[in-house]
Design a protein around this ligand. Structure first.
Ligand code: OXD
Ligand code: MN
Length: 599
């Protein structure tokens, strides 16, 4: 063990990997913790951390009869979401981060962060958290180590990743063979929004995050590693790291098709991943299997198909709106062994949020006596953290080290008007344009205005660790001889009618749309060709037992040429923002469709 580490009280011999010991020692010298704890991920360790957090009030026990072994964490009220304006990608050249990222020169960013980290762990414990993103024995998985001073982060990382001894063993094995692990340094600091930054150094496989305890800013395996750093790694290694759920749809013949779907944060990825088929489908024998609800790593297999793993091991789901109707599988998952963050509680100390049921909560997310004048009882971005293994629809294939073959990729956003329920891209290049042009109204998952339409390519606007123009080129590069690529679709569950109400029922009924996609993949369904792609008409989709209004039957399947002409002008302007780096093939595709729309 490195001598510098010995200066601190440490409860383990560290690692047999000198590079890891050296980094821990360097961080300890900078942050000056009272103690160093190497996490092994065991139940005993977790129980001790929970006891400690209960004692200091950072975890409050919930009703043990209704929610055994479940906890409530109330964050600082100014630390409730991702902070995109404080999130930076630090590449030597600004152009490599692109106009889609905030940028800082690496030396300046390191200096700024190291000044914040200096002495910040005095009086605290430094936790060394080894983790693996993906099944521990998967060649598609990648490892990292997070150093943090937050026991809440440790407890969440244990649920969200394969954390502890097995991950450390893989890191050591790979390290001895010359491989690298992602280094993530995190401190909650003073939880001061004015001293908060989330910095990424893709070239150094390094993350530095200071001043926030919120999931997306602090559980560094998730957005920081599995998307921003991994997207950079994926580009150089020939794979894709995406903000996508993965779901398996088993038809009555017992055939399962896997679909990967990208939606912006808080647009229903968890619900779609855990969908319960409508009654008629259930009786006919349809089943839905959950692989993941937020992140998908895909790479071409020897047969030319894309194979995907979910790098995560748990769900960090949005609580509000989760109910017996919208997502019974999620509700069943979170009945025990769950950490709730910023939800309200009922009289008998059960977790509660808007949309759950008709009860009136007793205390709101800040612990105040509930009063509607203070706003919603649960924070709109309140969350549950739970192991994926607790989900009744969790697929055994989720642990398959080789991943699952993807039949269809779906892009979707929140669009109140214009965008029909579903359309299919003509080919891969068109599909990449469909993804690149994705637009959606913003949600509470990030700080800032809610409901503002913005372009969010592939739902990666907050997460792509490099220039979007290069990212689009990387996507296009998968279209090679021998590749058997998935079909690409676009959906919009959020189209509204003249009365402002949603036209499509959504939730379980979304399976009707997925069924059409699978039929298209198998060459068994009709479609109408339009300039924006292939659309079903209301008779091709199975709408049995659905009472759709006449307006819905028209608008959900309607291609509005006028409206799309304006949309394509906007898409052209958006692509132009990336200048000469925008791939020519994408510009050509935009022009081709714009010309068809003009005709
Ligand atoms: C998330 C997000 O937490 O996208 O998954 O913000
Ligand atoms: Mn997400």
């Amino acid at each position: 063990m490195n001598a510098a580490v010995d200066l601190f009280k440490t409860d383990s011999q560290g690692s047999r990997l000198e590079a890891l010991n050296a980094w821990v020692a360097e961080v300890a010298a900078l942050t000056q913790p009272d103690r160093i704890h190497w996490c092994d991920g065991s139940d005993t360790e977790n129980a001790a951390l929970v006891r400690q957090m209960q004692a200091d009030g950072s975890l409050l026990p919930l009703n043990a009869d209704t929610h055994p072994n479940s906890w409530l964490h109330r964050s600082s009220p100014s630390d409730v979401a991702r902070v995109e304006h404080l999130t930076f990608v630090c590449t030597p050249q600004q152009e490599d981060a692109g106009p889609n990222n905030h940028w800082m020169a690496p030396a300046e960013a390191h200096a700024k962060m190291d000044a914040l980290f200096a002495g910040c762990m005095r009086g605290r414990t430094l936790y060394v958290v080894p983790y693996c993103m993906g099944p521990i024995d998967s060649p598609l998985a990648r490892c990292g180590v997070e150093i943090t001073d937050s026991p809440y982060v440790v407890a969440n990382m244990r649920i969200m990743t394969r954390m502890g001894a097995a991950a450390l063993a893989r890191i050591e094995r790979e390290g001895e063979a010359g491989g690298a692990f992602v280094k993530g340094l995190h401190s909650i600091g003073e939880l001061d929004p004015d001293r908060r930054f989330i910095m990424h150094f893709p070239g150094e496989l390094t993350i530095k995050s200071y001043g926030s305890g919120y999931g997306g800013n602090a559980l560094l395996g998730k957005k920081c590693h599995a998307l921003r750093i991994a997207s950079h790694q994926a580009r150089s290694e020939g794979w894709l790291a995406e903000h996508m759920l993965i779901v398996g749809i088993e038809n009555p013949q017992g055939e399962t098709h896997y679909i990967a779907a990208a939606f912006p944060s808080a647009c229903g990825k968890t619900n779609l991943a855990m969908l319960i088929p409508p009654e008629g489908y259930r009786q006919a024998g349809w089943k839905v299997w959950t692989i993941g609800d937020d992140i998908c790593w895909m790479r071409p297999g020897a047969d030319g198909r894309l194979y995907a793993i979910n790098p995560e091991a748990g769900f960090f789901g949005v609580a509000p709106g989760t109910s017996q109707k919208s997502n019974p599988n999620a509700l069943a998952s979170i009945g025990r062994d769950t950490i709730f963050t910023n939800v309200a509680v009922t009289e008998d100390n059960q977790p509660w949020w808007e949309g759950l049921d008709k009860r009136t909560p007793k205390r709101d997310w800040q612990g105040r006596s509930f009063d509607p004048v203070n706003g919603p009882a649960a924070h709109p971005n309140s969350r549950f953290t739970v192991s994926a293994r607790q989900c009744p629809s969790y697929s055994p294939r989720a642990e398959d080290p080789q991943g699952v073959p993807i039949s269809a990729i779906v892009f979707g956003g929140r669009r109140a008007s214009l965008v029909p329920l579903v359309f299919e891209a003509r080919d891969w290049t068109h599909g990449v344009l469909v993804g690149a042009a994705m637009g959606s109204e913003t949600t509470a998952a990030a700080t800032g205005a809610v409901g503002v339409m913005r372009r969010d390519p592939m739902a990666m606007k907050p997460f792509c660790g490099y220039n979007f123009a290069d990212y689009f080129a990387h996507w296009l590069s998968f279209d090679q001889a021998g590749a058997k690529l998935p079909k690409i679709f676009h959906v919009n569950w959020f189209r509204k009618g003249d009365d402002g109400q949603f036209l499509w029922p959504g939730f379980g009924d979304n399976l009707r749309v997925l069924e059409w996609m699978i039929k298209r993949v198998k060459g068994q369904a009709e479609a109408v060709e339009t300039p924006i792609g292939y659309l079903p008409d209301a008779d091709t989709l199975n709408l049995q037992d659905l009472s759709l209004s006449d307006e819905a039957r028209v608008k959900l399947f309607w291609f509005d040429q006028e409206g799309w002409r304006a949309e394509f002008d906007g898409i052209g302007q958006f692509l132009a923002e990336f200048g000469a780096r925008t791939p020519q093939a994408l510009k050509d595709e935009q022009r081709r469709i714009a010309a068809l729309l003009a005709g």
